[in-house]
Design a protein around this ligand. Structure first.
Ligand SMILES: [Zn+2]
Ligand SMILES: [Zn+2]
Length: 437
């Protein structure tokens, strides 16, 4: 690889020869990735067998930090609890690109039959639960370590700096704790390392291994968790006129909120979802209770639509409740995520890198909006960002029918790991080498 890199540097003195030089440099990256893959697979299986919940990724982050140090990176630990940042300074001046992986697992009991299956259990909200890397974050961590190893091996020739961010608690921090991307930013990760761009990926059941999914602009939804409290006046079930019934008011609010998307949102621009997933009120057949509580989620793809949807929900709830003499209060709970927005220019710039990583242009597909949320959104609000999906369902299997991320049966075809390492390494090398104006 040093040989081809030297060729690259020399060839670039003659502008016309740059393309050939870049091709040879790419070959060097290819060889380094092939050499790194056995370790990447080993790391991922180890993380898979030893999953840790958000803000508790102590073992994982120790391994990450030790390996990054062994690669010669400058390593910072204890960021946002268990986060790790590795800094790789190239031999030449240039921009700074941040590559991000998340490390946390989920309270899911694994049902996949692999030799490195998780048998870890823990207590979660007072219940004993299994712990599983059911969202593929074990793969994300191993992929980014693999990319770090590849890029560390060619650091002398890199024009710029690569910041490897290993993030805790993407799935949300435990109740009462801060965590994830917002806490990393609050602690100054971007202030300290000043990236010009940020790139992240997600292993994805909805695509076959070998395929990459991308989308310019809005990709993943903003998610806002809400609590809606409807207050009436308690009375005997046989004398409803003696009080104010919050159950009937809640039923009307629930029906009324169906018109927020169907009648009040311009669905030709952005879709939206308003879901109530829990409703609780009353304790006995002949007591009309004082109050009803609903919990739900709002998913939107544009900051303006997000604000409007929240406001319309508030308006519908308050005014519908008022019609019967009840009151309603809408609370948006902590832990909300903004929209994941892929910067259109950066997406255009990195598309050829993703196509090379996947092996051909037709393996990189434009995908529809994803109503799931990702806290990568916070990073991409600060600097231009690109987030993409790496297919993880075995080739030949129907990806639409495959157990989704978060399922106890979520299965990662390990060939997807190499696509991920290639995508991260290629994106970083291409970004740093891109001509600047
Ligand atoms: Zn997840
Ligand atoms: Zn995830």
């Amino acid at each position: 690889m040093p040989h081809s890199s030297r060729l690259f540097a020399t060839a670039c003195l003659v502008a016309l020869a740059c393309a050939a030089g870049a091709a040879r440099a790419a070959e060097g990256v290819d060889a380094a990735i092939s050499a790194a893959m056995p370790k990447v697979v080993e790391w991922r299986r180890d993380f898979h067998q030893h999953p840790e919940l958000g803000n508790r990724e102590t073992r994982t982050s120790q391994i990450v930090a030790a390996q990054l140090k062994a690669m010669g990176l400058e390593v910072h630990t204890g960021i946002a609890h268990t986060g790790v940042v590795g800094v790789l300074r190239g031999g030449r001046p240039g921009p700074v690109i941040a590559l991000r992986a998340d490390m946390d697992a989920l309270p899911v009991t694994e049902r996949v039959d692999v030799p490195f299956k998780s048998t870890v259990t823990t207590e979660y909200r007072g219940e004993k639960v299994g712990v599983m890397h059911a969202c593929g974050h074990d793969g994300h961590t191993a992929i980014l370590m693999g990319a770090a190893q590849v890029l560390a091996g060619m650091s002398k020739d890199l024009p710029g700096t690569v910041v490897f961010m290993f993030q805790p608690a993407e799935e949300g921090a435990p109740e009462g704790e801060e965590g994830g991307a917002p806490l990393m930013l609050k602690e100054g990760v971007f202030r300290d390392y000043k990236p010009d761009a940020v790139v992240g990926l997600h292993l994805w059941a909805g695509l076959n291994a070998g395929t990459i999914g991308y989308r310019s602009g809005s990709l993943m939804a903003a998610s806002d968790t809400f609590r809606l409290t409807v207050n009436g006046v308690q009375t005997h079930g046989s004398r409803p006129w003696g009080g104010v019934d919050p159950i009937v008011a809640s039923a009307q609010i629930l029906n009324g909120m169906q018109t927020i998307v169907s009648r009040q949102t311009d669905i030709t621009r952005y879709p939206a979802v308003v879901t109530v997933g829990a409703i609780k009120g009353g304790i006995r057949f002949n007591i009309i209770p004082d109050s009803v509580e609903m919990m739900g989620t709002i998913r939107t793809f544009d900051a303006g639509v997000r604000d409007q949807t929240i406001e319309r929900l508030r308006r519908t709830a308050e005014n519908t409740a008022a019609a019967s003499g009840a009151t309603a209060r809408l609370d948006i709970l902590p832990g909300s995520n903004p929209v994941v927005i892929n910067n259109p220019d950066l997406t255009r710039q990195l598309l050829p890198s993703l196509q090379r990583a996947a092996g051909s242009a037709d393996k990189v597909v434009e995908i529809p909006f994803v109503t799931g949320a990702e806290d990568f959104a916070h990073f991409a609000l600060e600097v231009p960002g690109v987030f993409f999906f790496v297919g993880s369902t075995p080739p030949g299997q129907d990806a639409d029918q495959a157990p989704s991320n978060h399922s106890p049966l979520y299965f990662v075809d390990e060939s997807s790991l190499e696509v991920g390492v290639r995508a991260m390494a290629d994106a970083a090398v291409d970004y740093l080498n891109a001509p600047r104006h």
